[in-house]
Design a protein around this ligand. Structure first.
Ligand SMILES: Nc1ncnc2c1ncn2[C@@H]1O[C@H](COP(=O)(O)OP(=O)(O)OP(=O)(O)O)[C@@H](O)[C@H]1O
Ligand SMILES: [Mg+2]
Length: 277
């Protein structure tokens, strides 16, 4: 695991990732120093490596697909509809039978773990659809996010409200009554309640206006600056690659292009085929 870019991003503020009330590396959402030392030198913090697999007994959707993110960085997956972006996220989170390949977190092989066990290891996932409880209040949604924790969650909730002030205002309102952009904030906030080391977001800006999208991306950058790794699927490819340390273009379940966000944005072939010129 390299910390160069982590430092370069100025990730000094650990307020969201680490609760001062809890000793570092001992609770839910923290990976112990022991586990960290098991990573191969230079290996990304989270990696789904050469993953192949599909749904049930169906054909493989992913073919030798590799997705990774470094500590405190933003990795973005883009590609056409049906390319397997959501499937790759599910594979990394343990919701899909990976027939070939492996998933490692902090150097530990977690390929066989259930999604719930991965949450306990510090992973949080906001799926593309049905990512909030619409009949519950905003605050109840956040409380549900902390279901695995047994410590005081009030500080983390305060941090979520600081990140998304509108949620404090609406905290007693049913989440289903919120706007699309506000709902996405609830979904991200709920995921942050586990104090994750890695936050996985499948199209967090789906259906929101460009202004709300920019705002949400700013908040996501803020989260990354606290040291949390972000692995994100985005339909707004150009804007997402602008904030990405690393970008993955997937086509038909395979890696087509992998580079820094900047390099992908500058690549004529990527621009022509995937960014509308
Ligand atoms: N639950 C499922 N059962 C069977 N096949 C599925 C399932 N979900 C997705 N697929 C198939 O897997 C392929 C990849 O779908 P996936 O949802 O991963 O694409 P995507 O890149 O996320 O697309 P989009 O941009 O539309 O969200 C598609 O052919 C789809 O039909
Ligand atoms: Mg999808």
């Amino acid at each position: 695991m390299t910390n160069d870019s982590y430092d370069a991003r100025g990730n000094k503020d650990a307020s969201l990732g680490k609760d001062p009330g809890r000793p570092v590396g001992t609770g839910v959402g923290q990976v112990s120093a022991h586990e960290k030392t098991r990573g191969a030198p230079g290996e990304p913090f989270l990696i789904g490596e050469t993953m192949s697999g599909g749904y049930g007994k169906g054909p493989d959707i992913l073919h030798d697909c590799t997705i990774a993110v470094n500590e405190g960085e933003i990795a973005v997956i883009v590609g056409p509809n049906g390319a397997g972006k959501s499937t790759a996220m599910k594979a990394v989170f343990g919701m899909l039978d990976v027939r070939q390949g492996a998933v490692r977190l902090g150097g530990e092989d977690i390929t066989a773990l259930t999604p719930q066990a991965r949450v306990a290891k510090g992973m949080a996932f906001v799926p593309q659809t049905s990512n909030i409880f619409t009949s519950m209040t905003v605050e109840e949604n956040l409380e549900m996010g902390a279901f695995l924790r047994h410590d005081d969650i009030s500080r983390t909730m305060e941090q979520v409200y600081e990140l998304f002030p509108i949620l404090r205002e609406k905290r007693l309102q049913a989440a289903g009554e919120l706007s699309g952009g506000q709902r996405q904030q609830v979904a991200v906030g709920r995921a942050l309640m586990t104090q994750p080391k890695v936050l996985m977001l499948d199209e967090p800006t789906a259906g929101v206006s460009p202004i709300v999208m920019d705002e949400l991306f700013d908040r996501i950058i803020e989260v990354a600056r606290t040291g949390i790794s972000i692995l994100m699927v985005e339909q707004n490819a150009r804007q997402a690659l602008e904030i990405a340390d690393k970008g993955y273009v997937l086509v038909q379940g395979r890696n087509r292009f992998t580079d820094t966000g900047k390099a992908l944005l500058a690549d004529p072939e990527v621009r022509k085929s995937f960014l509308g010129g």
